[in-house]
Design a protein around this ligand. Structure first.
Ligand SMILES: [Zn+2]
Length: 418
């Protein structure tokens, strides 16, 4: 009783002051968020743009009549204060045969065309861009900057000239593989294990050609041995467009401290992924794992619009049947803090993996991105730090990789043949 009487007056005095401080902090964070150029380096929205039904200028929430169930659209980007985004041309790993390769190559071009067509419909709202120099004018005009990447090098098949075609259509990074090994390299999550212990001989040519073009090499999804090969072989900095820290969550997709240090030493960046199961370790659930594996097996390779819709419905049902505990913004920023501790504030950024499984309990879609800045301000990051994290670092790498490509081309390096 004595204790309570002693504590209470302070509690009453303290609370409003604390609430006031927090309100001030949130206001400060919102101002920084609005002023900085905010960039997300990885979203898997483009598959929805193929075919009819998706309109990026409209509400695409799960409850919307389009049934597209996307975490991204222009109105929500504006609400979340997100100025720029990399849309990924993504296709899952399928058979590595000439027929399948031809099909995925063709589909990749269709997805690319769909991005240009979708964004091109709204010149008053956004524009497809390829360089950091283009964004200030768009930011000033209140328009979104849309960059393009390719996720899964499977989409070039065995044809190295596809890289130039991608580049000419605006692609500025390529993630070398996805969940399984491909003709380029080993993946971190292929149940069959290593095929090359890193890059394949064809993969080495891909690296040389990407360096020559000035296309960024994305190491998200690749195996540790592939990253080590890239650290040795790439003439340009390498990036992880959507990855988290192994030290905090032991998922094979995550990056250990030794890799983080080398990526930073090479001038690269690692962009924080908001996908819950890379952030916190969920309790074992073999039933769920088996159900997920079943869906993955059922929907591999090039999917039709109907198949994609069916897959999304099945995933939603699965999530209802076997709900996972969701990570929070605090949990996610713990990973960012770790990156900063290991690599320094010049080597980190944000790549949310939205529409590819990325979302948090308190950052459910692109409209809630301000919450990330609030948490970073709470932890003491300055406005200068936040400008680097939100785009400055990634843009620096884009420019460096471009410059190295220009130099290689000026030295007269020939296109590597097949
Ligand atoms: Zn991914």
């Amino acid at each position: 009783m004595k204790n309570i009487l002693y504590v209470l007056p302070f509690a009453f005095l303290g609370l409003p002051a604390m609430a006031q401080d927090d309100a001030k902090l949130i206001e400060k964070a919102k101002k920084i968020h609005a002023k900085a150029f905010t960039l997300d380096t990885h979203a898997d929205t483009p598959m929805r743009m193929v075919g009819k039904g998706f309109d990026i200028s409209k509400d695409n929430t799960p409850a919307s009549p389009t049934g597209m169930d996307s975490k991204i659209d222009f109105p929500r980007m504006k609400k979340g204060g997100l100025d720029g985004i990399f849309f990924a041309v993504y296709q899952g790993q399928g058979p590595r045969t000439p027929e399948a390769n031809a099909k995925v190559q063709q589909m990749a071009m269709t997805i690319l065309d769909s991005i240009h067509a979708q964004v091109g419909r709204y010149p008053g709202l956004a524009k497809v861009v390829t360089s950091p120099e283009e964004v200030p004018a768009l930011e000033k005009a209140g328009k979104r900057s849309i960059f393009i990447g390719v996720e899964n090098g499977y989409q070039i098949g065995n044809d190295i000239t596809m890289l130039q075609k991608f580049y000419d259509r605006g692609v500025r990074y390529m993630t070398l593989c996805h969940s399984y090994n491909n003709d380029i390299c080993d993946s971190s999550t292929d149940p069959k294990g290593a095929e090359y212990n890193g890059l394949s001989p064809f993969g080495e040519k891909v690296v040389a050609e990407m360096n020559r073009l000035g296309m960024i090499i994305d190491i998200s999804h690749v195996s540790d041995s592939t990253v080590w090969d890239l650290i040795k072989r790439s003439k340009a900095p390498i990036v992880a467009t959507h990855s988290d820290a192994w030290a905090l969550c032991q998922h094979p997709r995550n990056l250990n401290d030794n890799l983080l240090k080398e990526i930073a030493k090479k001038g690269g960046v690692v962009q924080l992924n908001l996908l819950s199961s890379y952030i916190i370790t969920a309790p074992a659930n073999p039933e769920r794992d088996a159900a997920v594996a079943e869906i993955r097996k059922k929907y591999t390779g090039t999917l039709s619009e109907e198949q994609t819709r069916a897959m999304r419905t099945e995933m939603r049902e699965l999530n209802k049947k076997f709900p996972l505990p969701l990570a929070t913004v605090k949990n996610a920023i713990d990973h960012l803090d770790h990156f900063v501790k290991i690599m320094g504030v010049d080597h980190v950024g944000i790549g949310g993996d939205l529409d590819g499984g990325g979302y948090l309990a308190d950052c459910f879609d692109i409209s809630q991105y301000e919450n990330l800045t609030v948490e970073m301000v709470r932890r003491g990051y300055s406005e200068k730090d936040l400008r680097k994290i939100w785009s400055g670092n990634f843009f620096r790498v884009m420019k460096d990789v471009r410059k190295i490509g220009e130099k290689i081309r000026a030295e007269g390096a020939l296109v590597v043949g097949n």
